[in-house]
Design a protein around this ligand. Structure first.
Ligand SMILES: [Zn+2]
Length: 398
């Protein structure tokens, strides 16, 4: 295991008590009537009122001091390369910075910034398996990085996807960032990937950087990936008519990213809402990118969509937690017995005009993070990156 990932040595029992607001991550019931969470050995074992749950024998007790607890945030679209270094903006420690922004799980949309990235089929497969292995064994700050997302190249066969799946690869990187740009070839390869349990995403919109290309609604719909990657562009968005056409033409995930077009994100949200399809909306940063590396990117998306997109803050948090977990079949993202004990404890930022956390987010402010927890282990206390939380939790017994 990675040296920087704290490991429990024996059985653990975490109790978080005195929770003022518990956000579930579940769109159908985003606020839970509970003030206590118990997690044993990294998994949620009970959620309820203090008097109704068994808190005996806790190895760690956290007093939330009346603040809010949410599931750990999930960034559905990142481009990791090696450990906690990104060559895109030549930064070290970017994943740890995201942890300070409440992100406990990341999904790779392709390790495309690898210097000298191979384009031949053997090289593509080797790099994907290497990335999957490396990030599985090394979790910067404890953050779960699901990586090893090959970008499809011409000449790949069904056998290649079978081999990748057997080797542990579970994701495809953004279709369109490699040599395959046409809908027909993409559709065939995406179907092969799906047959062997590999999830897929696609680059939607104009080119991101010199060398990448345009992917329009026709190619997106024909390719039929599981997630419509950055439907709001990365950064250049499709015309509204094409965005609507994608929303209405399939039932796949609608991913809104920070490094995209904000107006197009709000437009997509409005269409999804009209269609009664908010469960399809998931959030990513698409960082690192030319636009930068944004540790608070997911919180900024939650705040943007809630303050300008006419959705309740508790709903917007579901886009970054439960929706993504369900779409990506992850064991985190929801406050539910049996799920991974990944939490963010937050409160309204100091001097926010909002009455409370949810009101402050609806007014467009960012929350202040007081603590992050992954697999039942405290990973950070007061965030070094968010505005300071008004109230923070305390560890009363460890
Ligand atoms: Zn992209």
């Amino acid at each position: 295991m990675a040296h920087d990932e704290p490991q429990a040595t024996g059985p653990t029992k975490l109790v978080i008590r005195n929770i003022g607001l518990l956000l579930s991550g579940d769109l159908d019931k985003p606020i839970l009537d509970a003030d206590t969470i118990v997690a044993e050995n990294g998994r949620i074992s009970a959620v309820g009122r203090a008097k109704d749950v068994d808190t005996e024998g806790a190895t760690t007790v956290i007093d939330a001091n009346g603040t809010a607890v949410t599931p750990g945030l999930i960034d559905s679209h990142v481009h990791p390369v090696a450990g906690d270094w990104t060559p895109r903006q030549n930064q070290i420690g970017w994943i740890d910075s995201f942890l300070n922004g409440g992100v406990t799980t990341m999904i790779s949309a392709g390790e495309v910034h690898m210097p000298g990235r191979p384009r031949d089929v053997t090289g593509v497969k080797a790099m994907a398996i290497f990335a999957q292995r490396a990030f599985d064994a090394f979790r910067p700050g404890g953050v779960k990085v699901h990586a090893g997302a090959p970008v499809i190249e011409p000449g790949m066969t069904e056998e290649d996807f079978k081999e990748l799946a057997a080797a542990g690869v579970k994701l495809l990187g953004e279709v369109g960032l490699g040599g395959v740009k046409d809908g027909t070839t993409a559709r065939q390869m995406v179907a092969w990937a799906r047959k062997y349990g590999i999830q897929s995403t696609i680059h939607t919109g104009g080119p991101s950087i010199p060398g990448s290309g345009l992917i329009g609604a026709d190619v997106v719909l024909e390719a039929d990936t599981d997630v419509v990657g950055h439907i709001n562009g990365g950064h250049t968005a499709l015309p509204d008519g094409e965005i609507r056409c994608i929303c209405e033409g399939c039932k796949r995930g609608l991913e809104l990213v920070h490094n995209g077009n904000e107006r197009a994100a709000l437009y997509t949200l409005r269409v999804a809402k009209e269609m009664g399809d908010l469960h399809r909306v998931i959030l990513g940063t698409d960082a690192p990118a030319g636009s930068g590396v944004q540790p608070l990117g997911i919180l900024r998306m939650v705040s943007l969509l809630s303050s300008l997109g006419d959705v309740a803050a508790e709903t917007a948090f579901c886009f970054a937690t439960g929706n993504t977990a369900r779409m990506r079949t992850l064991d985190c993202g929801l406050i539910e017995v049996g799920r991974a004990a990944d939490f963010v404890i937050m409160d309204k930022a100091q001097h926010s005009a909002g009455k409370n956390l949810l009101d402050s987010v609806q007014l467009g402010d960012l929350p202040g993070i007081g603590m992050t927890i992954i697999d039942g282990i405290v990973r950070t206390q007061r965030s070094r990156n968010t505005p300071p939380a008004t109230k923070v939790p305390t560890i009363v017994h460890a």
